[in-house]
Design a protein around this ligand. Structure first.
Ligand code: NAD
Ligand code: DAU
Length: 340
C-alpha cells in the first residue's frame, strides 16, 4: 500500500507512522506536513535516515494547496489517505479560530476533493469526540449522538465530518471517519494537559487547573488510537463513523495528582485558574461499534499508559526543549497572563 499520511510530524501522526512501518513491511508512507509550531520533522529522523528510508518520504506541504496535493497524489500513486493534519488545541482556537477553519475545514475538504478527482481507494478522516459536545454525569457518546460542538476547534472538526459525510453521499468517496477521545503518550506537544503537567512539575512550576478541576476526559494511550485508525483503514465501512476510547474516564485533578505522585512532587504546585470558556464538562465514549465491526479494544489501562508516557518523557528531555520554540513560548506567556 502507498499511503499518504497528512500531519505525520505531529503527536499522533508520528506515533502512527512508527507503528505502521513496523507492522506493515510492504507499505510505503508519504508524510505530508506543513510543519506548524506543532509539527517536528525530527520526530521521524531515525526513519528518514534508517533501514526504512526507502519506505518513508517526508513532503513539506499544506493540505489547503489544491495543485500541490493533486500533483502529490498522482506522482506518488497514492492508494489511500489518512488525514491527521489539523490545528488541534482548543485554547488556541479560542484565541483565534481562523486557522482552524482554514486547515480543519477547508484543508480537509481540499484533500477530499483531490481524492475524489483522482479516485483514491480509501480516505480515513481523523476526527474527535469533541464534535459531540458535552455530557452530563451519565451516558456516553455514540456514533448516532447529534453533533453539538462547543469550541471553535470542535466546530471546525464537526464541519469536516459533515463534509466527509457529504462527499460519501454525493460522490461516493470511500471515506471512513474516526472519532477518538483524549490521547496521551510520546511526542505530545507540552500545551496539552499531560505533557504540560509533566513539564511544569519537573521544573517546580505551577500546574494550571481550569475551573474546579472536575471536568472529565476519557484517556487513551496513543498507540491504541493508532490501532483504531489502522483498523478503520483496513476494515471500516465506507461512509461510517467509528468511536474510539480508552475506557478510562478521569477528572483532570485526578490525572494531575497521579502524575505528581509518579514524579514524587508536592500537590502544592496545583494552581486553580480561570476556567476555559465553553469548557466541556465530560466526555465518555461508547466504542461498541468499533469493537464489533473492527475488533477494536484498548490494550493499556490508564496506569500502564501513563507509566510508559512518563518514562518516555524522562528519557527524552531534549525533545521537550527542542519543541518549545519562540512561537510557542509567546503564545503561552500571553495565555497565562490572561488566566491569572
Ligand atoms: P498535533 O497538533 O500534534 O499535530 C498536527 C500536525 O498537523 C502537525 O504536524 C502540523 O504541522 C500539521 N498541520 C497543521 N496544519 C497543516 C496543514 N494545513 N497542512 C499540513 N499539515 C498541517 O495534533 P495531534 O494531537 O497529533 O492530532 C492529530 C489529529 O487527531 C487531529 O486531526 C486531531 O483533531 C485529531 N485528534 C486528536 C486527539 C488528541 O487527543 N490529541 C484526539 C482525537 C482526535
Ligand atoms: O477529546 C479529544 C481532544 O482532546 C482532541 O480532539 C484535541 O485535539 C486535544 O487537544 C484534546 O482536547 P482537550 O481540550 O480535552 O485537551 P487539553 O489537554 O487541552 O485539556 C484536557 C483537560 O484539561 C481539559 O478539561 C482542560 C484541562 N486543562 C488543560 C490545560 C492545557 C487544564 O485544566 N489546564 C491546562 O493547563
Amino acid at each position: 500500500m502507498r499511503l499518504l499520511v497528512t500531519g505525520g510530524c505531529g503527536f499522533i501522526g508520528t506515533n502512527f507512522i512508527y507503528l505502521m512501518l513496523e507492522r506493515h513491511p510492504d507499505w510505503t508512507i508519504f508524510n505530508l506536513d506543513k510543519l506548524t509550531y506543532a509539527g517536528n520533522r525530527k520526530n521521524l529522523l531515525p526513519v528518514e535516515q534508517g533501514k526504512d528510508k526507502k519506505r518513508y518520504h517526508f513532503l513539506h506541504g499544506d493540505i489547503c494547496d489544491r495543485e500541490y496535493i493533486e500533483e502529490t497524489m498522482l506522482k506518488h500513486r497514492i492508494d489511500a489517505v489518512i488525514n491527521f493534519a489539523a490545528e488541534s488545541h482548543v485554547d488556541r482556537s479560542i484565541n483565534d479560530p481562523s486557522p482552524f477553519v482554514t486547515t480543519n475545514v477547508q484543508g480537509a475538504q481540499n484533500l477530499m476533493e483531490c481524492a475524489r478527482r483522482i479516485g483514491i481507494g480509501r480516505f480515513v478522516h481523523v476526527s474527535t469526540d469533541e464534535v459531540y459536545g458535552t455530557l452530563g454525569p451519565e451516558g456516553k457518546f455514540m456514533e448516532t449522538t447529534p453533533l453539538a460542538p462547543n469550541s471553535p476547534y470542535s466546530a471546525s472538526k464537526a464541519g469536516a465530518d459533515l463534509m466527509a459525510r457529504a462527499y460519501f453521499e454525493t460522490y461516493g468517496l470511500p471515506v471512513v471517519i474516526t472519532r477518538c477521545s483524549n490521547n496521551y503518550g510520546p511526542y505530545q506537544f507540552p500545551e496539552k494537559l499531560i505533557p504540560l503537567v509533566y513539564r511544569n512539575a519537573k521544573t517546580d512550576n505551577p500546574l494550571p487547573v481550569y475551573g474546579d478541576g472536575l471536568n472529565v476526559r476519557d484517556w487513551i494511550y496513543v498507540d491504541d488510537h493508532c490501532t483504531g485508525v489502522e483498523l478503520a483503514l483496513l476494515k471500516g465501512r465506507e461512509g461510517q463513523a467509528y468511536n474510539f476510547g480508552g475506557d478510562a474516564e478521569k477528572p483532570n485533578i485526578e490525572v494531575i495528582k497521579t502524575i505528581l505522585s509518579i514524579l514524587g512532587k508536592p500537590e502544592s504546585l496545583i494552581t486553580f485558574v480561570k476556567d476555559r470558556p465553553g469548557h466541556d464538562r465530560r466526555y465518555a465514549m461508547d466504542f461498541s461499534l468499533a469493537r464489533k465491526e473492527l475488533g477494536f479494544a484498548p490494550s493499556l489501562n490508564f496506569e500502564q499508559g501513563l507509566k510508559k508516557t512518563v518514562e518516555w518523557y524522562e528519557a527524552n528531555a531534549n525533545w521537550l526543549e527542542d519543541v518549545q520554540s519562540g512561537a510557542y513560548r509567546d503564545f503561552m506567556d500571553e495565555w497565562y497572563k490572561e488566566r491569572k
